[in-house]
Design a protein around this ligand. Structure first.
Ligand code: CA
Length: 367
């Protein structure tokens, strides 16, 4: 019934378009649409670029080619950080990136991406799908003429690579660290000298001593970069990025122009891609951690509790400061913090308690 309805609607639409003299462009031929997906990642970048490829393939195949999505790596159609402008203006129909890249346009996107000491991946998805997050994100993205979907997640990241030990708050003072975003603002407030460098410039900076530390993602991506060759200690946990959202953004006109069934294909594909990326990061992080520790002898250390506590205090101040300047950011932050309050209580009794129980010293606990 759906299919028949679609055929009828499409035929009627085509007739109407022709009658109005507004012939559909080459992007819509015989009911087929072709969308360009611009990304902020190099083509095929592990986890992120491959996640974009997966999403595009899923939409194309699930729609039986009625909506064909073609992926462009960063710089192929537009530079990485112009992806949102390209999609908002209709140069491309779809994009794949991370919400915090758009904070210069809509401040609230920074909170949608991830909060220091905020929600983990599962909780963030729960907020999007069942806690009002989708609606708030749509409100934010509509200001950029886009529809939003969560389409991936890195999972909990690592605190980063350090060339000196962090034993107390004093050790953060004057520490030169590459750490972007909200985490960087918190580290700055803690007395660190914060720099932002693109991925390719991190290795030489660590090697020459122009920085003492860097964060990147987690074992999977960090192993690929080879940071273990130039930094001594690998610290956890990634308090600054406990589960970073990867976004899919769609030109609002292109989205509204889709028939309902193709909208459902896109939404479903984004949900699938969201889970697929988190699963890939999880599996690859597990494998890569083993390689880092067993093969490369990396020293893995936890940040001390008093350091984390201070970073948490400062994070609260940084978030409040941003929210005070922007009404939508305030609304988003309040929603996430309300969700977080309940998540903390449930997590303590569920994931946290279970993770502890699983580590108790019974015979097959650690293998
Ligand atoms: Ca990171």
């Amino acid at each position: 019934m759906k299919r028949r309805q679609f055929v009828t609607t499409t035929a009627a639409g085509a007739v109407a378009a022709t009658a109005a003299g507004a012939l559909p462009g080459p992007a819509i031929a015989q009911g087929k649409r072709r969308w360009r997906m611009v990304t902020t990642w190099p083509r095929n970048f592990p986890g992120l670029g491959t996640g974009a490829n997966y999403l595009a393939r899923l939409i194309t195949e699930a729609s039986e080619g009625r909506l064909e999505v073609e992926v462009y790596g960063a710089g192929e159609l537009v530079p990485a950080f112009e992806a949102m402008d390209a999609v908002g203006s209709g140069t491309a129909e779809m994009g794949h990136g991370a919400p915090y890249y758009w904070k210069g346009k809509v401040r609230a996107t920074e909170f949608i991406a991830v909060l220091p000491f905020g929600l983990n991946a599962q909780e963030l998805n729960a907020w999007f799908y069942h806690g009002g997050g989708q609606e708030l994100a749509d409100e934010a993205y509509a200001q950029m003429n886009c529809k939003f979907f969560p389409a991936g997640n890195s999972g909990v990241q690592m605190a980063g690579w350090f060339n000196r030990e962090i034993n107390s708050l004093e050790d953060l003072k004057g520490l030169k660290m590459r750490i972007p975003g909200l985490g960087g603002e918190v580290m700055k407030a803690a007395g660190a000298v914060v720099v932002n460098l693109p991925g390719g410039e991190i290795m030489p900076a660590l090697q020459s001593g122009s920085i003492d530390a860097t964060e990147w993602v987690g074992p999977y991506n960090d192993l690929a970069f080879g940071f273990y060759k130039v930094a001594k200690y690998y610290y956890y946990p990634g308090w600054h990025e406990p589960g970073t959202c990867i976004d899919c953004f769609i030109n609002l006109d292109a989205w509204n122009d889709l028939p309902k069934d193709l909208q459902a294909v896109v939404e479903g594909a984004c949900r699938a891609a969201n889970v697929a990326m988190l699963s890939e990061f999880t599996a690859a992080n597990e494998d890569s951690l083993e390689v880092l520790v067993k093969k490369h002898g990396v020293v893995v250390k936890p940040l001390p509790d008093d350091v984390l506590t201070r970073l948490g205090e400062l994070a609260g101040q940084v978030l409040d400061g941003i929210a005070a300047e922007d009404a939508l950011a305030r609304k988003v932050l309040d929603s996430i913090l309300d969700f977080r309050r309940k998540a903390l209580a449930w997590n303590e009794l569920s994931e946290l308690a279970f993770a502890r129980a699983r580590l108790l010293p019974f015979p097959y606990a650690r293998g």
